[in-house]
Design a protein around this ligand. Structure first.
Ligand code: GDP
Ligand code: MG
Length: 245
């Protein structure tokens, strides 16, 4: 069955989550398609997806890249795929159930019914809606949000969120080949570029839950990329004549 919506899920070693998350999305009342962008996971996540493609032949798609190349470039790969396959609503979601698939519908409705271009699943609209994260990760994430707001001037409470619905025109307007970040800075840069282009961003409150299965791929490099990258991005936007494209 056709769908106007594609959920892009980047994966690296998500063998314990992959079938559960795919089933959960396909059980929703709204019809979504899924694109898995896997970086040749040693745990054979992609083989599991191929197996499931027999069951979901019309709605489950897989792109496998040669090696682990970061979440940012995985999404860019997925965005290009989504544009060339004509989806109107393009979603980002993690494989690990930190993002509850049920909330996909709320993000979709925000974009479809309200006049919103980017719907952001947000942990920090009111207080801190994070379950089971160790205190140091909560502080890091909350501190990062504060830092990004200060530097960029964007009025988004959760600028590092990776649970998003983009209208097609937003992705079309961004020169994807110019995006250089891989981790949280990538999430900030996408929102910042949409914000500079005067698209309407809206936060939809969500509850974020730490993963139960598998391990996080977060590391110090991703943090330092975010700290320095966000500053560098702001400077580039000030000096760029062409609206930072
Ligand atoms: N394709 C791909 N996916 C990745 C990479 N790094 C992380 N992911 C996926 O991106 C999502 C978020 O990563 P995760 O490790 O949960 O980060 P955290 O939630 O910040 O701890 C998960 O679905 C990961 O499998 C990568 O280098 N390549
Ligand atoms: Mg995670």
């Amino acid at each position: 069955m056709n769908s106007d919506s594609l959920v892009i899920i980047p994966t690296y070693n998500e063998i314990e989550n992959i079938d559960l998350i795919i089933d959960a999305v396909f059980q929703l009342d709204k019809k979504f398609h899924i694109l898995i962008v896997d970086d040749n996971s040693p745990d054979k996540t992609a083989d599991k997806v191929q197996e499931l493609q027999h069951k979901y032949s019309q709605e489950l798609f897989l792109e496998v890249r040669k090696e682990k190349s970061g979440l940012g470039t995985a999404y860019i790969h997925g965005f290009k795929w989504a544009l060339s396959h004509n989806y109107d609503y393009i979603f980002e979601m993690d494989a690990d159930f930190s993002h509850n698939p049920i909330d996909l519908i709320r993000l979709y409705e925000a974009c479809k019914l309200d006049d919103v271009d980017v719907a952001i699943g947000s942990r920090y609209v009111k207080g801190v809606n994070v379950v089971n994260w160790p205190l140091n990760r909560v502080l890091l994430s909350y501190g990062a949000s504060f830092y990004v707001k200060l530097i960029t001037g964007m009025k988004v409470h959760d600028p590092t969120s990776g649970f998003i619905c983009y209208k097609r025109k937003v992705i079309e307007s961004i020169n994807l080949d110019k995006i250089r970040f891989v981790g949280y800075a990538f999430q900030v840069e996408m929102k910042f570029r949409a914000h500079l282009r005067k698209f309407i961003l809206k936060e939809v409150p969500i509850i974020f839950t730490d993963r139960i299965r598998g391990v996080s791929k977060m590391n110090g490099k991703i943090i330092s990329e975010a700290v320095y990258g966000v500053l560098a991005m702001k400077f580039r936007s000030i000096f760029s004549k062409n609206k930072f494209d």
